[in-house]
Design a protein around this ligand. Sequence first.
Ligand SMILES: [Zn+2]
Length: 388
Amino acid sequence: MTKYIVCGSLIDATGAEPQKNKAIVVENDKIKAIVDAGAVPTGAEKIDLSDRTVLPGLIDSHEHLIVDPGDEAAQCAETQNYLAMKAMWNAKAILKAGITTMRDVGEKYFIDVDVKRCIETGLIQGPRLLISGHPLIRTGGHAHFLGRETDGVSDMRKAVREQLKQGVDLIKIMASGGMSTKGSLPDSQEFSTEEIVACVDEARRNGRTVAAHLHGGPALKVCIEAGVHTVEHGILYTEEDVKLVANSPTWLVFTTGVGMVAMESPDTPAHFKAKASAAHANGLKVRKWAKQHGVKVAVGTDTNHGRMDTEAWALMEAGWSAMEAIQACTIKGAELCGLGSKTGTLEAGKWADVIAVDGDPLSNVRDLRNVTFVMKAGKVEFANAAAA
Ligand SMILES: [Zn+2]
């Protein structure tokens, strides 16, 4: 089945200037060609997006399906059935916001395993998922209400193997303390060095990468030396920390919006609000240093579902151009996920992950929120949807 998508303006996210009067030829699940708009090929279905800006599907590099902004511990105390249905609801909303690939960095009850399966079999709508199963957390550590409490080297190896058994794509470790857990210090190293090294070794030998939750403090050096693939959040890093990341193969995933929501929302527990507020100003410095020192950066909404516009805006606040911010939301995320040759830009041969927005995100990056059309792997998931 061939589809012929007529684009008002086309931002292919390779970094090239936007193009007018182009059409994307989609065959089955892939982009066959990008051509000058003209006569619709015989037998092809025309999709008219001539009044919109067309981009590749967005890639959210750090998300959770069972948690919304607010009191995370209370939400995670809900029943398994309730959380599974909530995850299904959020998966659909995330796709509708234009996110066609999502890296899930931790769920309870292996809900991500089943949601992924349901999306792949067409039972429900949602983004393409990379999943991590249960985050690994020291007993009583950050987000202990969400993950697998793990203590000692041999238990760490067993915990990684439990996740592998469920078919996860990556392993998530809570290397430092966190914001949303009462009593947790965001810059403390929550696992011993030996535990972190064992986690990365176990994952790597089995062909998986490790994502390390890491706000700041001594765990950063340990994780970089152990060879984690990504460090997440980074809001409390020093400039020396940022240089350490820049001089390593490790990616840094910023999740700025969720902290901003935590500071403002009446649902946020006081301890969470206080920590988020104290860290906020340093976060902008970290983003500026990351830009300055050439860190590999991607972004995630981290429960602020769908709001990639906020993540793009936060990068621009720190000196990224609009095009660079859009790339952090697309091709950079794809590269981080190991999918750089399959998605993240609009180019022949890649999956047809195509979205359209009202407006022009290069002049106003907030227009990334105005998603009105979503195609994932050649299938139209939402057409002429009202902007969120
Ligand atoms: Zn998270």
